[in-house]
Write a protein that binds this ligand. Sequence first.
Ligand SMILES: [Zn+2]
Ligand SMILES: [Zn+2]
Length: 284
Amino acid sequence: MSTHSKPYSGLKASLLTQHGKESIICPQLFDSNDLEVIHVSDYDTDKLGSFTRDIPRYGSQLDAARKKARVGMELSGLKLGIASEGAFDNDPYTGMFPWNYELVLLIDDIRNLEIIGFFGGQAQSASQLVSSWDELTALLSEAQFTTHQLVIRPDDEYHPECRKGIKDLESLKEAFEWATKLSKKGNVFVENDLRAHTNPTRMANILKATQDLSRKMNSLCPECEAPCFWVTERKKGLPCASCDAPSNLPLANIWSCVKCNYKKEEVIANQAKADPSKCNYCNP
Ligand SMILES: [Zn+2]
Ligand SMILES: [Zn+2]
């Protein structure tokens, strides 16, 4: 499928980030892709949106990453730019658990393409409205405090003022008293800080998204050698184990090139035939 050459070997890319993401993104792309990632930090990325609702998000997750990557490329004068952007939602399976989608983007102005690394996994994002210190301390193990930090604000989740990056009991107590004094009814909203450097669960998800990006960067189109030759669709039709008719289960992966539109079909290896319960004929 792909050769083992590294198309980004010896090149430099900017990474605009303020939240410690460089500590995982830079070594990963250097080890796997021989790409030197230059950390650019003289820009307040919180201007482009933050998780604590004080600044609105910049468009979609991808738009926000594009904007950050472009700013980093401008500040560094480099033709390659990397940026990362996270999003939080409920899990896609049951909708009951907090979920974290991480996107790590490479904009390549040398080859005129974009490569997107992506990963979705469990989030550490507990939150609760509390009215006493006891209620607050009861939440601490679910919030994985102190390995994961906290944000506190008066009244509810929309109060404009907050204390971020709370990482020990002493500053928690102090922030709780501050928020209680400012609140109208004595309620305080507590939640996990979702910035990468304060939330190791999120940092691990960013690493997985970076590894996805790494693999795509090294996967070359057999026709034109552009990077990011990758699976873009699944073809249905795995034969039924009982009658051999095509089912709706995936039979093959379709690999596509972003540059020349070359496509290649690859039958998924070592799959058992479809269970007859999934067959349109045996179980209509
Ligand atoms: Zn191609
Ligand atoms: Zn069947």
